[in-house]
Design a protein around this ligand. Structure first.
Ligand code: NDP
Length: 269
């Protein structure tokens, strides 16, 4: 599975023409990207509709990820939310269905709801988002909880906390990590240390975005899901799969964007 996918937050809001957003997603699929990440929350379902447009006639090209709101994450609520998402996505199944963040419904109940959906073929697998290392360990203790395939968290050069918490906890549980906002919603280009991105990029005839993405996926267990409504930028982001950072590059980025010295609570956006 290519370690870069396609984000969709902000799509369906009218900030870019809907057809352009769907074209950008299709360009990503054409460039070999596979994972498409969305959520019932984004544009109140509007982002799922854009994804439905993009996948028309080519559903099997994608590994489709969507997310349920915590307030819908009761055993019965996940089914109802999933069915609404499927209608907007114009598909019969979501490949990986995530709990968007932890809410009032017990994890055990949400897991039961997810397992019902797997049994009925509405979803292929399930995961979580915004769960910290302790939450993951707790999840592993509830019945069926070990079937969780991924935790989607905020992780990029300016948010390295997961390296001391979620990343090792996920690896220990055999699950992958999806890095959201890998470009810090475009703020990374102006963040302190950003000149190192430019320096490293110049060595590889690459762009700062490609360096940030290549760094995020460097350890092999992280999949980054940058969002772009621009076909050119989606292609640029996809090409980061070809960029291998050297030890010197990694050391320079490490100095410019140091990891926290000790474990910190998981940050969210
Ligand atoms: P990103 O870090 O992906 O940044 C997106 C921004 O960067 C957009 O403004 C985009 O603009 C710009 N951009 C994209 N590619 C480039 C490039 N090559 N050069 C310059 N600018 C670029 O932020 P997101 O918050 O969108 O995160 C990615 C995805 O993660 C979301 O879309 C969503 O699917 C998921 N997510 C999940 C969350 C969760 O709680 N689970 C929370 C937040 C995000 P433009 O479109 O104009 O190109």
């Amino acid at each position: 599975m290519p370690a870069i996918g396609l984000g969709t937050w902000d799509m369906g809001e009218g900030h870019a023409p809907r057809a352009q957003e769907a074209d950008a997603l299709r360009a990503g699929l054409d460039a070999g990207l596979v994972v498409v990440d969305t959520a019932e929350m984004y544009a109140d379902g509007g982002a799922e509709e854009v994804v439905g447009d993009a996948l028309a006639g080519r559903r099997d090209d994608a590994v489709l990820v969507s997310k349920v709101y915590p307030h819908n994450a009761s055993r019965r609520g996940v089914r109802e939310a999933c069915e609404r998402s499927l209608a907007r996505l114009h598909t019969g199944h979501i490949d990986v269905y995530l709990l968007h963040w932890r809410g009032r419904h017990p994890l055990a109940e949400t897991v039961q709801g997810f397992e019902d959906l797997v049994a009925d073929g509405l979803i292929g697998a399930w995961g979580v988002s915004n769960l910290d290392a302790d939450d993951l360990r707790e999840l592993g203790q509830v019945p069926g909880g070990k079937a969780c395939v991924t935790d989607q968290v905020l992780y990029n050069l300016t948010r390295r906390g997961p390296e001391l918490g979620v990343l090792p906890a996920a690896a220990a549980s055999g699950m992958s990590v999806m890095a959201y906002s890998p470009l810090e919603q475009a703020r990374i280009f102006d963040a302190p240390g950003a000149e190192a991105l430019t320096t490293v990029a110049a060595r590889h005839d690459a762009t700062a975005a490609q360096v940030a993405l290549a760094w995020t996926i460097r350890d092999g267990n992280v999949l980054a899901i940058p969002k772009s409504a621009s076909t050119a930028r989606v292609r640029e982001n996809a090409a980061a799969l070809e960029l291998t950072l050297t030890d010197d590059d990694l050391a320079e980025l490490d100095r410019a964007f140091p990891a926290p010295p000790r474990q910190v609570p998981l940050e969210t956006l």
